[in-house]
Design a protein. Structure first.
Ligand code: LP5
Ligand code: MN
Length: 238
């Protein structure tokens, strides 16, 4: 089988280049693979599935649905920006929301996919925030608020996050090596693929004497970026 892995597109009306690149990928390379895995932060932010007044959200959903209808499976692992993507959007876009993390079987090779934010365990302020907003009760209460109010809260939080990040070192915002090892151990030493840190690379972790690859996906900066499984090996592209 073949599969494309992408993450951190941060699609919004303010970045038409990424949208163009994504629509190009959906109408091009993605048609030639069996599966497309989106590992979070597809959107700059997602305020709820009822935010369909934004033409971009509809357009992206329809383009994904067209790809799914042509036979490419689409799996979505939520990021810290779009964890409120729900089943309504999933149905509209023809995608399946996957748990974070999820183990895939690629031609007999076990591959663990995650957004990656849960591995940044040194970022205590973020992890406390994450714990709160990932609770179903919190999400139900937040989604019950009017859409415009939700968007205002998110815009405020975005500003807060940008300020908070200035005070954090790059090390704090990277994955914690022990957290990576623990995850690899817990899933029986798979290959790991994640995004979030925007530091594309291929790492090899030695865990309990086992060598595990860790691929970090690139964010998109006006052009497409992916990791391709071609049935035999992984290759970053384009
Ligand atoms: O995404 P990125 O790389 O910029 O930053 C992340 C972490 N920040 C976030 C916040 C998001 O940017 C914004 C949320 C998107 C929408 C979610 C939908 C609904 C949420 C509703 C919320 C009320 O994820 C950043 C990490 C960084 O990755 C690197 O890993 O450091 O973490 C933070 O900045 C979090 C702060 O450190 C702690 C936040 C405490 C929250 C305090 C509440 C303030 C509310 C203000 C609103 C008026
Ligand atoms: Mn992220």
């Amino acid at each position: 089988m073949s599969a494309l892995f992408i993450a951190d597109l941060h699609l919004s009306e303010h970045c038409p280049d990424n949208t163009r690149a994504f629509l190009g990928l959906l109408a091009g390379q993605a048609r030639g693979v069996d599966a497309l895995y989106i590992l979070g932060d597809l959107f700059e932010y997602w305020a709820g599935d009822d935010d369909c007044g934004i033409p971009l959200n509809r357009e992206i959903g329809e383009a994904l649905a067209t790809l799914a209808a042509r036979g490419t499976r689409i799996g979505f692992v939520a990021g810290n920006r779009d964890f409120l993507v729900g089943e309504d959007f999933a149905r509209h876009a023809g995608l399946t929301i996957l748990a974070d993390p999820t183990v895939l079987d690629l031609d007999g090779r076990r591959v663990l996919i995650t957004h990656g934010d849960s591995l940044c365990t040194d970022d205590h302020a973020y992890q406390a925030f994450r714990h709160q907003v990932r609770s179903p009760q919190w999400q139900r209460a937040f989604l019950a608020r009017p859409l415009e109010e939700r968007k205002q809260v998110i815009e405020g939080l975005r500003r807060h996050s940008e300020t908070a990040k200035q005070e954090k070192t790059l090390d704090i915002m990277d994955v914690n090596a022990a957290a990576v090892d623990a995850l690899l151990r817990a899933h029986d030493y798979p290959t790991l693929i994640h995004g979030h840190t925007h530091r594309p690379a291929r790492h090899v972790h030695q865990v309990d004497g086992r060598a595990c690859e860790r691929w970090v996906l690139s964010d998109w900066r006006g052009t497409a970026n992916w990791l391709l499984w071609d049935g035999t090996e992984f290759r970053p592209g384009p």
